[in-house]
Design a protein around this ligand. Structure first.
Ligand SMILES: C[S@@+](CC[C@H](N)C(=O)[O-])C[C@H]1O[C@@H](n2cnc3c(N)ncnc32)[C@H](O)[C@@H]1O
Length: 238
């Protein structure tokens, strides 16, 4: 196998169950799909994408690696166009490298076609808080969450399952999920979140608008709460 996924995709692969029949949604070059079957982690992978260019790239990688007997490449908007016989086989679903709102949309439009026991691995590149809120409000439970540095960015990876139990979460939980500050990359992610909130608060604090100043105060408090977690280097809720 010549495919060497980056650290972000490797970490996603680590959450996939042994012997999985996995969907890699938004597969692009099918690097994750090839790594999963090439390393023996997954039995089979359905590698899907919405766009023709990535699908062509995916087919090329799969053919070059000689993995066509274990990887099916499918054109699909999220899970919408997956044939029922493929959907019913899935044990794991990976959606990586998209915005959190897009991942939420894909789950909202197709998640209930999947079996109750499916293992979800979700890696939002942006808007992670929107995804965390969606998951909690729509009956998904986050089992574990970690973060991974790839180049100058740090990405969260959420491992979830569907339990049907719906709840709403507050702003702090939507920002920090289940990240453990004792893990170096998770700590880095939390630091960046705190810095981002502080900068946004500073930018709004001198505003003429009372509501903007109130929001600035709320952002500052959230940044301080994350700062407190970083100082303690622990979370009592994990
Ligand atoms: C930035 S790439 C990420 C590729 C790979 N998953 C990764 O994490 O490195 C995003 C891919 O998602 C695909 N995509 C975007 N929206 C999609 C959707 N609704 N359904 C399936 N694929 C989608 C894009 O065409 C693109 O190939």
């Amino acid at each position: 196998m010549t495919v060497k996924p980056d650290s972000r995709l490797l970490r996603c692969a680590g959450f996939v169950s042994e012997g999985a029949v996995a969907a890699d949604i938004g597969t692009d070059h099918a690097y994750l799909a090839c790594f999963l079957v090439g390393s023996g982690r997954a039995k089979r992978v359905i590698a899907s994408d919405i766009a023709d260019g990535p699908l062509a790239a995916a087919r090329q990688t799969v053919e070059r690696e000689g993995l066509g007997n274990k990887i099916t490449v499918v054109k699909s908007d999220g899970l919408k166009d997956f044939p029922p016989e493929l959907i019913s086989e899935l044990t794991d679903v990976v959606i990586a490298g998209m915005g959190g709102e897009m991942i939420a949309k894909i789950l909202a439009e197709g998640g209930d076609r999947l079996s109750e026991n499916v293992n979800f691995i979700l890696e939002p590149n942006t808007r992670a808080p929107a995804l965390r809120s969606f998951l909690a409000e729509n009956g998904y439970q986050t089992l574990r969450e970690t973060a991974v540095r790839d180049g100058k960015f740090v990405y969260p990876i959420i491992n979830a399952k569907r339990t049907g139990e719906r709840r709403s979460i507050g702003a702090l939980e939507s920002l920090i999920g289940k990240l453990d500050p004792r893990e170096p990359d998770s700590k880095e992610y939390l630091k960046k979140e705190a810095a981002r909130l502080s900068a946004a608060a500073a930018g709004m604090s001198g505003s003429q608008s009372e509501s903007a100043r109130k929001e600035a105060e709320e952002l500052k408090l959230l940044a301080e709460e994350i700062g407190g977690i970083l100082n303690d280097n622990s979370r009592s809720d994990l």
